[in-house]
Design a binder for this molecule. Structure first.
Ligand code: ZN
Length: 274
């Protein structure tokens, strides 16, 4: 009886100690690319990219909340980016006042992830193609991609990571970023999405190097601000090609948005080994 009483007495202390030892859950930062003013690409239904990004991130957010995951969003349709000046100190690039003012919409996203010591950064975008591949009406509206584009390339998803000796932080996290990219590519293909071949190596093109074309994974090197400033594994995902009539239709469907959210949530779990 005494033993029992003593046990009951020390139990709360034991539980408290146990919770203090429990590993902190990793934080994921989800970034909906662009803003309503700097809206990104325009689709074949005349819709701006930021709306597709916001839509997809809203679904991802619900799925992660439902799974009780630890995450933050850099912005939503209803919340602007946090531009606090103190965030500048968390960047790899050093920016003068003028450059910070001009590009803070972009830089703040990854600065926030660095400040919060996130374990993973994921930026969500939707892709377009170069102007000469576009079919437009006389008054400039995009109708579709041109036939020669359709014959040459497959539209679909693509994933960008960064590795460049100029930014040792990118090299440090390269293998982990690649690990996440491979997990996610597999999930995309399991829901029937194909990798976009549009960014495959072309003569004279140095911007994007394919790491694995069959999985749609590319090295963007230091082109993308959010990836080159990341102090954690970071990826940028193009969910699909919004100027291609068929791909735009798929991306716009609720079924796709739901499947994408589940695929991303499962990939995050698998990445962190949960
Ligand atoms: Zn974009």
């Amino acid at each position: 009886m005494t033993l029992m009483r003593n046990l009951i007495k020390i139990l709360p202390i034991f539980l408290l100690a146990l919770s203090a030892c429990a590993p902190t859950r990793p934080l994921t930062v989800i970034d909906a690319g662009h803003t309503p003013t700097d809206y990104g690409a325009v689709s074949c239904t005349n819709k701006i990219e930021v709306e597709y990004n916001d839509d997809l991130v809203a679904g991802i957010s619900s799925e992660l909340t439902r799974r009780n995951k630890k995450f933050i969003l850099t912005r939503t349709k209803y919340n602007d980016i946090n531009h606090a000046d103190k965030l500048r100190q968390y960047l790899i690039d050093s920016l003068d006042d003028e450059k910070w003012e001009k590009y803070k919409d972009l830089y703040s996203r990854i600065a926030l992830a660095n400040e919060k010591q996130a374990g993973l950064f994921i930026s969500i975008h939707h892709d377009s193609v170069q102007e000469h591949h576009l079919l437009r009406t006389d008054d400039g509206k995009i109708i579709d991609v041109r036939d020669d584009f359709k014959q040459q390339f497959n539209p679909g998803y693509s994933i960008y990571i960064a590795s460049d000796p100029k930014y040792p932080n990118t090299e440090l996290h390269y293998l982990d970023a690649l690990k996440f990219a491979r997990i996610f590519a597999k999930k995309m293909q399991s829901i029937g999405r194909k990798p976009s071949t549009y960014h495959e190596d072309k003569p004279g093109q140095d911007n994007y190097q394919s790491i694995d074309l069959s999985q749609g994974i590319y090295n963007s090197k230091t082109i993308l601000v959010v990836l080159r400033n990341a102090k954690m594994p970071a990826v940028l995902i193009e969910a699909g090609v919004i100027v291609d009539v068929e791909d735009e239709k798929i991306i716009s469907s609720q079924a796709f948005k739901d499947q994408f959210a589940v695929a991303l949530a499962e990939s995050i779990d698998e990445f962190f080994g949960q």
